[in-house]
Design a protein around this ligand. Structure first.
Ligand code: CAA
Length: 414
């Protein structure tokens, strides 16, 4: 039998504080329904400067190593996907290695391509193991980001922050990946980017949605061709309905709904060989909505409460789905869509493991969220306006890490 490779365990770290999106809407003079129903969010994580992407990454990885009792000597690769690193040259992975006092024998580096960096890291580590180069070692992939658009911008309600750490191994108790069965799609576009020296992203919001949807079509069709050739799915019916669940990159929850409608449209139009006419459109609208509720909505719980975690957003959906439905999904195939602006995307799949329920319980996701403190909009604005290198004001959380300050250009963490 071919060796299985994939995600053995997953943990999440989020900033200590969050705001309620209805509070933000009222402060901005916007109907709260626009943020809660129009964009699909409930709450949004607020990172203070002490909670930078390196500190959050180390906090998530520390819990992963602790909860799974990983022997650090067995870690052969530590790869961080991030688009909001803390240095133009030094890798967040190196900071994490230092904070966790990990052995010097591992390969460490960062992957950057907007929100796709985490998937690039997952591919690098999975393929390293599958090739045999890992030689019985495991890899850690961390996706860590702070999503910032700035006060009073259209993107403001779609900010967020956090880190997701994944243990990747030949014992994929959460998700065994269908390696080699993915579809990719990329273009050179200016939909969302962050010029050097800027803390806030520049975004062409509505165009970015269209780029994302084009990427769904391109990468899903690539995956579907390979999945059919490998008998992972059957011809006939709607291929996407053969996936038990489908996870999407979630810049805001409504985007996953738009993406799912687009994916179904690919199946329907490719089956009939023509665009949907008015009658077909009218029939499809309620079906797409029902399919979204069944196949996608169960994965959006964490994203609705944390916001966009850029590289981590897709994997936050995975954690959320497994927390809610792992038992019923054991042995079933799910689809995953990763999108990085600029842009690149990948649709891939995997099979949920039989022990996923027990493993996801060790991530203590309810505790991670319940330890947060809700703050008002004035406090949120104060935090957002703090200079980036301001040392941590808040105490370091138990088992977690904080940026402490910079001395002679050297960042220190506690
Ligand atoms: N009640 C209910 N719904 C309402 C409403 C109300 N009172 N008022 C408006 N809405 C609905 C609108 O109808 C719309 O829904 P549909 O798209 O389904 O029609 C939704 O709320 C949003 O309204 P607008 O389009 O008018 O909102 P906006 O122009 O102010 O901004 C946005 C929306 C463009 C997404 C903006 O938040 C943004 O720029 N976000 C950042 C960019 C982004 O996330 N892009 C996603 C693709 S790129 C990517 O995925 C990479 C990444 O991580 C960034």
């Amino acid at each position: 039998m071919k060796q299985q490779v994939g995600i053995e365990a997953i943990t999440v770290a989020v900033p200590r504080r969050y705001i309620d999106l209805e509070d933000l809407a009222r402060a901005r003079g916007v109907d709260p329904a626009k943020f809660t129903q129009g964009l699909g969010g409930l709450e949004m994580a607020v990172a203070e400067p002490g909670e930078d992407s390196a500190a959050l990454a180390a906090s998530a990885a520390a819990q992963l190593i602790r909860s799974r009792k990983v022997d650090p000597v067995r870690i052969g690769m530590l790869v961080v996907g991030t688009e909001t690193g803390v240095d133009h040259s030094k890798a967040v992975a190196s900071y994490v290695q230092g904070m966790l006092k990990l052995p010097p024998t591992m390969r460490t580096f960062d992957c950057q391509h907007a929100c796709y960096g985490g998937t690039a890291a997952l591919n690098a580590v999975s393929e390293w193991i599958a090739s045999g180069a890992g030689a019985d070692r495991v890899g850690i992939v961390i996706c860590s980001d702070i999503a910032r658009y700035g006060l009073n911008t259209a993107g403001e309600p779609t900010q967020g922050a956090g880190a997701v750490a994944m243990l990747v191994s030949a014992n994929p108790e959460l998700l065994a990946l269908d390696l080699g069965v993915s579809g990719t799609f990329s273009m050179d576009v200016h939909d969302f980017w962050r010029p050097l020296g800027r803390r806030e992203a520049v975004v062409d919001g509505h165009y970015s949605i269209q780029c994302y949807l084009d990427a769904v079509s391109g990468s899903y069709r690539g995956w579907r061709t390979r999945a059919l050739a490998r008998d992972l799915i059957r011809a006939g019916g709607l291929p996407s309905e053969q996936l038990a669940r489908i996870l999407y990159h979630v810049p805001f929850c409504k985007m996953a709904k738009k993406a799912h409608a687009q994916l179904r449209r690919c199946d329907l139009e490719d089956r009939s060989g023509k665009p949907l006419d008015q009658t077909a459109e009218a029939e499809e609208t309620p079906r797409a909505a029902a399919s979204f509720e069944a196949q996608v909505a169960p994965s959006l719980g964490l994203s609705a409460r944390v916001g966009n975690v850029y590289t981590g957003s897709l994997y936050l959906s995975l954690a959320s789905l497994l927390q809610r439905e792992a038992a019923g999904l054991a042995g079933k195939r799910i689809g995953l869509f990763s999108y990085g602006s600029g842009c690149v995307s990948e649709f891939f799949s995997g099979v949920v493991g039989a022990r996923a329920t027990q493993v996801i319980a060790s991530a203590e996701l309810d505790r991670v969220l319940s330890e947060r403190e809700r703050i008002g909009i004035a406090e949120y604005e104060r935090i957002i306006n703090l200079p980036p290198d301001q040392p941590a004001a808040a105490p370091t959380p138990p088992g977690g890490f904080r940026y402490q300050g910079t001395k002679e250009f050297r960042r220190t963490y506690a």
